[in-house]
Design a protein. Structure first.
Length: 274
C-alpha cells in the first residue's frame, strides 16, 4: 500500500476514543505526521493554523443522529475556504450510514469549503476498511500539495493541481456513483473542451480520466463490500455501473478476485486490501 510519507494529516473527531485512536494509529503507521485537534483544549485559531499546514484532514463522526455537533460543529463553523480549499478530507463515519441526514449535511458544508471528499463507513473490521481509505487519502493528498516555490519540482514529486482540475476532482468525488458520468460532462462542468480537459487532467493527476474514475468507484466498492451486507448487484449500482458483468470484470481486474470472493475472504481475515 502507498505510504503517507511527508504528508501531514489533521484529525477532528466526534467519536469514541478507541475508534479515533485506531484511525490515528493506521495513519501514523503509513508514515503520516498526524495532528489531532482537541476542541476542549485547543482554540479555533490553532485549528485554522493546523488546517492550513495540513495536506489533508480526517473527520470522524457518528451518524446515529440527524445532525452533527460538538467538535465537528465548532471546527466547521471556524474553518474558512482559504484554510482547506482543494484539500482531500476523509470523512470516516460509524453507525448506520443510510438512515440519517448528518452525512449529507457534512458533505454540503465541506463542498462549500471547496474540499475533496473521501468517504469511509466503519462497521466491523476497521483494519480491513481503513487500508483503501488511507490509500485514497494518500493519493489525493500527494497530488494536491503545492510545490515549494524556492525549488523546482523533481519528476517524482506531485504537481500542484490547477483550479480547473481541482474542481474536476471535487466533482468526480461527489458524483462518481452517477452511471451517466462522462468525460464530456465533467469537462463542461469546469468549462473546458473535451480535448483540453483530457490532456490537462492526465498531465496534472498522472492518470487518465477513466482510470481516475474507476479507482474512485473501486475504492467505494471495497468499502461497501467490507462494511455492509448489500447484494453485489446493489454495490454495482451504488458505485455507478449499468451492468453487473462490467462491474465484476473491472473489480476482478483491479483486485484479482470477484466482489463476492473479496467479501468472503476479507471477513475471514484472509485478505487485506492495499
Amino acid at each position: 500500500m502507498t505510504t503517507l510519507r511527508h504528508i501531514q494529516v489533521l484529525i477532528i473527531s466526534d467519536v469514541d476514543d478507541p475508534v479515533t485512536d485506531r484511525v490515528h494509529r493506521a495513519l501514523t503507521a503509513s508514515g503520516g505526521a498526524v495532528v489531532r485537534w482537541n476542541a476542549a483544549v485547543d482554540s479555533t485559531k490553532q485549528l485554522r493554523v493546523a488546517a492550513r499546514q495540513a495536506d489533508s484532514l480526517v473527520l470522524l463522526t457518528s451518524v446515529r443522529h440527524n445532525s452533527f455537533s460538538g467538535a465537528l460543529k465548532v471546527a466547521l463553523d471556524a474553518l474558512e475556504v482559504a484554510d482547506v480549499r482543494a484539500k482531500p478530507v476523509g470523512l470516516v463515519s460509524t453507525g448506520n450510514p443510510y438512515g440519517t441526514r448528518a452525512l449529507d449535511h457534512l458533505r454540503v458544508v465541506m463542498g462549500a469549503l471547496e474540499t475533496v471528499m473521501i468517504p469511509q463507513q466503519v462497521d466491523g473490521d476497521l483494519d480491513l476498511q481503513i487500508a483503501p481509505f488511507v490509500e485514497a487519502l494518500t493519493w489525493f493528498a500527494a497530488r494536491s500539495r503545492p510545490v515549494p516555490a524556492q525549488r523546482e519540482a523533481t519528476h517524482d514529486e506531485a504537481p500542484d493541481l490547477s483550479p480547473s482540475v481541482s474542481r474536476a476532482v471535487a466533482y468526480l468525488c461527489a458524483n462518481f456513483s452517477d452511471n451517466n458520468l462522462s468525460l464530456d460532462l465533467v469537462a463542461r462542468s469546469v468549462h473546458l473542451s473535451r480535448f483540453h480537459f483530457s490532456r490537462t487532467f492526465r498531465k496534472e493527476t498522472g492518470r487518465r480520466f477513466i482510470d481516475y474514475l474507476t479507482a474512485l468507484r473501486m475504492s467505494e466498492a471495497r468499502s461497501l463490500l467490507a462494511a455492509t451486507d448489500l447484494p453485489v448487484s446493489e454495490v454495482c449500482r451504488r458505485v455507478g455501473y449499468h451492468e453487473s458483468s462490467h462491474f465484476q470484470r473491472t473489480f476482478r481486474n483491479s483486485f484479482g478476485m470477484s466482489p463476492s470472493e473479496y467479501r468472503t475472504r476479507g471477513r475471514a481475515g484472509v485478505v487485506r486490501p492495499g
